[in-house]
Design a protein around this ligand. Structure first.
Ligand SMILES: Cc1cc2nc3c(=O)[nH]c(=O)nc-3n(C[C@H](O)[C@H](O)[C@H](O)COP(=O)(O)O)c2cc1C
Length: 219
């Protein structure tokens, strides 16, 4: 490469993964229970934002985008997050309701890769979560036209002042364009870093009868 943009030798940055291995015999037959086990271990070593995950979405004509989101729950339905339905990702998911999620827990040398189809959660569920958030975040959701181009920071601050005034002394209602999605997993891969880049990868794929098939993938 010609132009030098950093003094850091990026190509020399590498780390050997040595903590532990992962065998088919070690994992739960249910990937959501296995995720729960790894998630608890992640929160124990990385309490700040162990629930941060990359969400990748795609337009129907194949243009992908990815961004970091916060996981807000997981249960028998799948993985839950909240956002603005009119945002770039919201519009992509409307047109193409499929996505991938990725968690990377560096202290554990682990990642989890998830893919599946999405559904909006009920308005009741979105409302309950919205009102569990700090009031400042509720007002911020009203002020933001997420993903649209705005003139400047002052324009945003003015919108926040306006909605703060509008809802002073009142409950902030759930914005019509704000709510949750649940990603219903079709594949979930548990990745454990190993020495010499010979990592362990155990993938669960949902079968037509609803059962999960477990396979080891090559690193
Ligand atoms: C740690 C972290 C957590 C975030 N959590 C959320 C979230 O839960 N929901 C959300 O809409 N955006 C969240 N964001 C902002 C998104 O990364 C993104 O900027 C925003 O959703 C707009 O994405 P889009 O334009 O692709 O729709 C988070 C960002 C970071 C860095």
């Amino acid at each position: 490469m010609s132009a030098k943009l950093s003094t850091i030798d990026v190509a020399a940055l590498r780390k050997e993964y040595t903590l532990r291995g992962l065998r088919k015999a070690d994992v739960d037959s249910d990937p959501m229970r296995q995720f729960g086990k790894w998630f608890e271990e992640a929160v124990a070593v990385q309490p700040a934002e162990a629930n941060a995950m990359t969400l990748a979405t795609c337009t129907p004509d194949g243009k992908p985008t990815a961004r970091v989101m916060l996981l807000k729950g997981f249960d028998e339905r799948g993985f839950l997050f909240f956002t603005n339905y009119a945002s770039r990702k919201g519009r992509q998911l409307e047109a193409n309701p499929r996505a991938a999620l990725n968690f990377f827990w560096a202290p554990l040398e682990r990642q989890v890769c998830i893919a599946g189809a999405l559904e909006r959660v009920s308005r009741e569920e979105s409302d309950a979560y919205f009102h569990s958030r700090p009031v400042g975040s509720q007002l911020g959701a009203w002020a933001s036209t997420q993903s649209s181009v705005v003139p400047d920071r002052d324009w945003l601050e003015a919108r926040l002042d306006e909605v703060t005034e509008r809802y002073r002394g009142a409950e902030v209602p759930l914005p019509p364009t704000w709510g949750g999605f649940v990603l219903k997993p079709e594949t979930i891969e548990f990745w454990q870093g190993r020495p010499n880049r010979l990592h362990d990868r155990i993938q669960y794929s949902r079968q037509p009868d609803g059962m999960w098939k477990l396979e080891r993938l090559s690193p």
